[in-house]
Design a protein around this ligand. Structure first.
Ligand code: SF4
Length: 346
């Protein structure tokens, strides 16, 4: 790896234990979209749980039907295991029926007896009613977290957390949009980006700043640029396989990565609650949010065009309905631009 990024020298479990010794509580968070600055404002360490997909990670995955995605089945296996002992509570964004099912099954079948919270993002197009609904959801979640932590949330603290995440978002967007100028392999870049799923945000920010220092003035990637859309880059070997095939991820629409980086807005609100809501609404189109499909296709084609992508990889999770629903539209949209598409199940 060229550049000055050096990973925080702790593995995830060690890092969590270290953070907890420092007095921070840990909130396990299921995919995908949630108001992370709110958790940061409450001094809560988010620990995202993305399954992981793949073969069963324990017998408890069998407590959920085999036609449910491996993300949820393996999340169940993880949450009932000793590995989850460091989590003080759980947050379930209302992403899909499977995650909502897990939210109830983890207590009914998994023996989870610590607090759990639900966050319901608005669906469909962004309208005034969606904004009002989101505002109520955010304040409701904040009230629950305040009651659980015993902390009062000040607007100044929320504004601080929003500023912090604003810088993180900007750096992540910069690294993704400038991918061709970063002299790192995809596995190296994604290792960094995915550490944001469990690092305290200020630690992640330091790593991102250092990574941006490595950006060259002109493109340095020589492989075939491709656009990847999918759920989560797992197994990680998929990135190495792409590299071996002579390609690199020039544009990212993974739900776990690029689809959670808010698009820049020229001028935003000043009120921290309004800022929190705007950040939530500024994510690129996501099929789990039920937005207009055409808007998502335009976004994907724009990503392909701006990055110079010459092909598209659709990386699906088996049994993931929200992602699968959009595949025919992606095939139509890309073929209309002469972009070859590979649909890969996982
Ligand atoms: S969105 Fe898809 S992959 Fe994610 S939990 Fe739901 S069904 Fe599984």
């Amino acid at each position: 790896m060229n550049g000055s990024w050096t990973a925080t020298p702790l593995r995830r479990g060690d890092y969590l234990a270290h953070q907890k010794r420092g007095g921070r509580s840990a909130l396990g968070v299921l995919p995908i979209h949630y108001p992370k600055p709110l958790l940061t404002a409450f001094n809560l360490l988010a620990q995202e749980i993305w399954g992981p997909p793949g073969p069963p990670r324990g017998g408890a995955s069998g407590r959920i039907q085999t036609y449910v995605c491996a993300v949820v089945r393996n999340a169940m296996a993880f949450l009932v295991s000793e590995q989850a002992a460091g989590l003080d509570a759980l947050l379930f964004p209302h992403t899909c029926d499977s995650i909502q099912g897990l939210a109830t099954q983890i207590t009914d079948l998994g023996g989870w007896n610590r607090p759990s919270f639900v966050f319901q993002p608005p669906r469909l197009a962004i309208r005034d009613s969606a904004r009002r609904f989101l505002d109520q959801e955010l304040r409701s979640l904040a009230g629950e977290l305040a009651a659980w932590t015993g902390q009062a949330l000040t607007e100044a603290r929320l504004a601080w957390a929003l500023d912090l995440h604003g810088e993180i978002d900007a750096l992540r967007l910069c690294l993704l949009a400038s991918r061709a100028r970063l002299p790192w392999s995809d596995p190296e870049l994604y290792a960094l980006l995915r550490r944001g799923e469990w690092l305290w945000p200020e630690d992640h920010l330091l790593e991102l700043r250092a990574a941006c220092q490595a950006l060259a003035e002109t493109p340095v990637q020589t492989g075939l640029p491709i656009l990847v859309t999918g759920y989560v880059p797992e197994p990680p070997g998929i990135l190495a396989a792409l590299q071996e095939a002579g390609a690199f991820v020039a544009a990212d629409d993974y739900a776990a990565v690029g689809r959670r980086v808010p698009r820049a807005r020229s001028a935003g609100p000043v009120d921290p609650w309004a800022r929190l809501a705007e950040r939530q609404l500024a994510h690129p189109p996501c099929p789990t949010q039920g937005g207009p499909q055409g808007e998502r296709m335009e976004h994907l084609l724009r990503l392909a065009s701006e990055s110079g992508a010459r092909g598209v990889l659709v990386h699906l999770q088996t049994f993931c309905e929200p992602e699968s629903f959009d595949v025919p539209a992606i095939l139509r949209a890309c073929s209309g631009r002469g972009l070859p598409v590979l649909v890969l199940g996982g």
